[in-house]
Design a protein around this ligand. Structure first.
Ligand code: HEM
Length: 441
């Protein structure tokens, strides 16, 4: 494992999580709440935290593939809600841009800088169009080939086993922190060859960087920026130290030395770091919690898994479909066009709702149920589609498969046994807290 660059005085040990900071802000300023009465406005995070989004999207899907939402806390936008329509928009990347210069990949627009201030941008290749996207994606893709996954499998399996073996028995504990966050953070530390004892910094940075709603709250965006600069400084020190010691290059140092990426500005460098850290963290973490929660809600499916471990690879796909850890991606129309009979104008914001596509009854029978034998579970769109389809999908699938296999090997059954707290966000779908108890089957 890599050496530790003399770490900066860690602000992260005392700072609140962004979630705590946001809640405190809304408690003090209820008038800033993002809740909104427009019935088809699915940007409202209250419908997710209260877990009542399903009938809203079902009604929208019945009415058509896309809807115009004239008013929302994020401005007007188009909602694409059917499976075939999401795929269609994603297959036209020239017409529907991901570029940060046009608005980026989330419903939240770029923050306009205050007068006299410079804009703070974090360009990353998920938010770029061809040809720049192609070159940068190609640089990191070799880290996620089947051969690389084979190479990482032993280490990930051993560490997963250690975490599972250390779980308390006969006692309630938080699965999110003890298992989901720990395992995804460990995986990133393995992938980046990051100093092991500092690995929770990756979690901390991911929490701050990935919360798109933070940018809408004045003081918190400044704090977020400071934390991201701290992250970039940490990585820079790490590589300087490694180069000095002649240590082997890891994924990110490979990235900064590649011809496609060595011209990156400091902001772009920071943006791509954030992409890999958040991309690999929040998503897989929430599926690890989602699996346990879903098995508890559908005990017949947990029983099927316990009786037949051959179902594990399909169960992974089905859990990702059911969970859909990223609810949406955004595109911006680069010219006037017609889409499923509706007139889209250049510059319009188009939101692709993966959570809705993955519950589309035209593709999935009884879509609101978990069914680990579902024959077409793989058709889910949780990893997106087309040129931006998740580059880390194989790694996510590997970790989730290993987790289920190692739980099965230990005949471990996990029951929800206390508080369940969901993430308040229209982007990430997941759990803040999931109190569980472990028994045997
Ligand atoms: C892109 C989901 C795990 C890195 C994406 C996209 C989605 C997604 C929806 C955008 C696709 C699109 O626009 O069409 C997920 C889910 C995961 C997961 C659901 C886990 C269950 C990971 C992991 C990593 C990762 C483990 C890396 C460590 C990335 C990167 C991109 C991306 C770098 C940008 C790809 C591009 O623009 O070409 N992911 N992801 N993701 N993901 Fe993931």
């Amino acid at each position: 494992m890599a050496t530790n660059p003399s770490a900066p005085a860690h602000q992260w040990r005392t700072s609140p999580t962004p979630y705590e900071a946001l809640n405190a802000h809304f408690a003090e300023h209820p008038e800033h709440s993002l809740a909104h009465p427009e019935p088809f406005d699915t940007s409202r995070s209250d419908i997710y935290v209260e877990h009542r989004w399903q009938p809203i999207f079902a009604e929208m899907r019945r009415e058509g593939p896309l809807h115009y939402i004239p008013e929302s806390p994020f401005g007007p936008y188009w909602s694409v809600v059917q499976h075939k329509a999401v795929q269609h928009v994603e297959s036209l990347p020239e017409l529907f841009s991901s570029s940060w210069q046009h608005g980026g990949i989330t419903i939240l627009d770029r923050a306009e800088p205050a007068e006299g201030e410079e804009a703070f941008e974090l360009p990353m290749f998920i938010a770029m169009d061809r040809p720049k996207h192609t070159g940068q994606r190609r640089t990191v893709a070799p880290a996620f080939t089947p051969a690389e996954m084979k190479r990482l499998e032993g280490d990930i399996r051993a560490r997963t086993g250690e975490v599972l073996d250390s779980l308390p028995r006969g006692k309630t504990f938080d699965w999110v922190d003890t298992v989901s966050i720990e395992l995804t953070t460990q995986m990133l530390a393995i992938l980046f060859d990051f100093p092991w004892e500092d690995r929770r910094l990756l979690t901390f940075w991911s929490d701050w960087a990935g919360d798109t709603e933070l940018a809408a709250v004045p003081g918190l965006e400044i704090e977020r920026r400071a934390i991201l600069f701290e992250m970039a400084a940490y990585f820079q020190q790490l590589w300087a130290k490694r180069a000095e010691l002649g240590e082997a290059p890891d994924l990110i140092s490979m990235m900064i030395h590649s011809p496609e990426m060595n011209q990156m500005s400091p902001q772009e460098f920071m943006g791509n770091l954030v992409l890999l850290i958040v991309g690999g963290n929040d998503t897989t973490r929430n599926t690890m919690s989602g699996i346990v929660h879903a098995f508890d809600r559908f005990p017949d499916q947990r029983k099927a898994f316990e009786e037949n471990p051959d179902l594990i690879p399909n169960a992974v796909q089905e859990c990702i479909r059911y969970q859909t850890p990223l609810k949406h991606m955004r595109r911006t129309a680069s010219e006037d066009t017609e889409l499923f009979g509706q007139q889209i104008r250049k510059g319009d914001k188009v939101i692709l709702w993966y959570n809705s596509a993955n519950r589309d009854e035209q593709v999935f029978d009884n879509a609101d149920d978990l069914d680990i034998r579902r024959e077409n579970a793989r058709r889910h769109l949780a990893f997106g589609y087309g040129i931006h389809r998740c580059v880390g999908a194989r790694l996510a699938e590997l970790q989730l498969r290993i987790l289920l296999e190692e739980m099965h090997r230990r005949r471990m059954r996990v029951h929800v046994a206390g508080n369940v707290e969901r993430v308040r966000a229209n982007f990430v779908e997941g759990f803040r807290k999931l109190e569980v108890e472990v028994t045997q089957f």
